[in-house]
Ligand binder design. Structure first.
Ligand code: HEC
Length: 128
């Protein structure tokens, strides 16, 4: 019994700690987002327009907005700018409590996509 307490128990604990510490089993855990997500080369035309087209224009294009997008238009830069400046564009993408999570009835966009959008906004959302 003494032997058990003195040697086996610590060894068991060490084994358990060792095994549970090795839970890096996917790429995202091993390489944190900041290293694999390119947030440097973001532009309106190459980054933002494709994201909005894919996830938002179904409801927020100039034609769909009055029908199913609660009249919020995101298709033209000049309209999008207003939503950036009043905080609702980022707030709704990021699921902040004051806003409906967008895409509406969909799941939040992945972290890298959100980081790209954030980076572009932080750079002053140029129409580039
Ligand atoms: C399935 C349709 C649908 C999709 C797709 C969708 N939206 Fe919306 N959006 C809505 C509706 C409906 C509202 C009004 C929600 C409310 O106020 O209850 C809204 C509101 C908004 C608003 C205004 C929020 C406010 O508080 O003024 C913004 C900004 C917005 N959406 C951005 C987006 C963005 C960005 C995407 C793409 C990532 C997106 N939406 C995708 C339907 C959609």
């Amino acid at each position: 019994m003494k032997f058990m307490m003195k040697f086996l128990v610590p060894i068991l604990i060490a084994v358990v700690l060792f095994v549970t510490s090795c839970d890096y089993n996917n790429k995202e855990d091993m390489f944190p987002i900041s290293e694999t997500c390119d947030t440097m080369n973001v532009s309106y035309s190459e980054t933002i327009v494709p994201i909005i087209t894919t996830y938002c224009l179904g409801c927020h294009s100039n034609t769909s907005a009055p029908l199913i997008g609660d009249n919020n238009r995101l298709e033209d830069y000049s309209d999008l700018k207003d939503y950036i400046e009043n905080g609702s564009f980022w707030g709704s993408l990021n699921g902040e409590p004051a806003y409906e999570q967008m895409p509406f009835n969909g799941s939040k966009l992945d972290d890298c996509t959100l980081l790209k959008v954030k980076s572009w906004i932080d750079k002053g959302y140029p129409e580039n």
